[in-house]
Design a protein around this ligand. Structure first.
Ligand code: KG4
Ligand code: ZN
Length: 337
């Protein structure tokens, strides 16, 4: 079976073709991504209106590229999977409208895909033995959630951020220090060179029985420290800020994950989303999984960020579950959080 996966929920226009055999083996035939980062960098973050227009320009070339690289024509595709939620509505609508037009022209079924489920599904390409149920951590620019994945399509969020997402905090702190958007990867490098004890910061793990986070308080504490030092004319090392923030970020995530592992009894932890590229988080998760005797699955860096292959993988399972729609499909800014 050939699945075309289309993604346009935020600032990457992406399309991929995945081949899935009868026994479920998955292979990525192409994975084309047109990033808008250079455009949004000028504004220090994603401008939704501009994102929608840039998707509109990029969608035809990127789908053509994905089909060409895979060596297939649109008529050879069996299923069209498209991100329909959550995300920026004007951005999502471009992918959804394109998928509907293609379905109208080719008569192929459309499968709407939740972006978060897609991030988790990226792992099926690199861990062929991976099967639900398992625990998932989704950390991206828009999400920070701990999810009990009950089946390929049934996701129950058991912990979430009550305000900012982890990636948002990386990006905002980096921006105040003059780094360019998105700041996560540079913050990661700087953190390796700094002293994590140079600043005392509050945990992002909410101190109650829930598995929830608050990154807004942590972010504000960092920004307040930087402002008060600036007012006093004191200098700070960006490396120390990145190291201190990263240490609290990783320990907060690990604290709630450890409770989630205990609560659910799951023996496998799947990590997904752009922030899962963070090297400090990866190391901390390796240690946590060793301690709790949990199997760890993290996708390679190429599959951590937004891409079409992850949407194709999830579309496969949605298709098997009968979650096929028609050209009445609409996009939605919200979805599982
Ligand atoms: O999943 P993604 O590509 O888009 C969303 O769905 O949000 O995630 C993008 C986020 C950005 O906030 C970016 O700064 C962050 O992932 N990121 C990182 C790293 N690489 C990307 N954050 C921390 N460390 C990294 N190495
Ligand atoms: Zn994403």
């Amino acid at each position: 079976m050939l699945i075309l996966g289309i993604e346009s929920s935020c600032d990457e226009t992406a399309a991929a073709v995945a081949e899935i055999t009868e026994n479920g083996e998955k292979r990525i035939l192409s994975n084309a991504v047109a990033s808008q980062i250079a455009i949004h960098r000028l504004y220090g973050g994603v401008v939704p209106e501009i994102a929608g227009r840039a998707h509109s320009e990029a969608i035809c070339p990127i789908v053509s590229e994905a089909l060409e690289k895979a060596g297939v024509a649109a008529k050879d595709v069996d299923v069209i999977g498209v991100t329909s939620n959550p995300g920026l509505i004007g951005a999502l609508l471009v992918g959804v409208s394109f998928a509907k037009s293609l379905a109208f022209a080719t008569g192929k079924p459309i499968v709407p895909v939740n972006h978060i489920k897609g991030h988790v599904a990226a792992n099926y390409f690199c861990y062929p033995e991976l099967k639900p149920p398992f625990l998932a951590l989704v950390v991206s620019g828009g999400h920070t959630s701990i999810i009990d994945v009950k089946s390929y399509t049934d996701f129950q969020t058991i912990g979430r951020t009550r305000d900012d997402a982890a990636g948002e905090a990386f990006d905002k702190i980096g921006r105040v220090m003059g780094l360019s958007y998105p700041c996560g990867a540079e913050m990661d490098k700087l953190a390796s060179l700094g002293n994590p004890k140079a600043f005392t910061l509050p945990s992002a793990a909410i101190s109650d029985e829930t598995l929830d986070f608050s990154f807004s308080g942590l972010k504000t504490a960092v920004l307040n420290s930087l402002n008060s030092m600036a007012q006093k004319g004191e200098e700070y090392k960006k490396e120390d800020v990145a190291a201190a923030f990263t240490e609290v970020f990783t320990s907060s995530i690990c604290k709630k994950l450890e409770s989630a592992i205990k609560k659910t009894g799951h023996k496998t932890l799947v990590v997904a989303g752009g922030v899962s590229a963070n090297s400090h988080l990866r190391n901390a998760l390796l240690k946590l999984c060793k301690k709790t005797k949990t199997e760890l699955c993290i996708p390679p860096l190429s599959l951590c960020g937004d891409n079409g292959a992850m949407i194709a993988a999830q579309a496969y399972y949605e298709y098997l579950a009968g979650n096929v729609t028609d050209t009445s499909l609409n996009a939605s800014a919200t979805g599982i959080r």
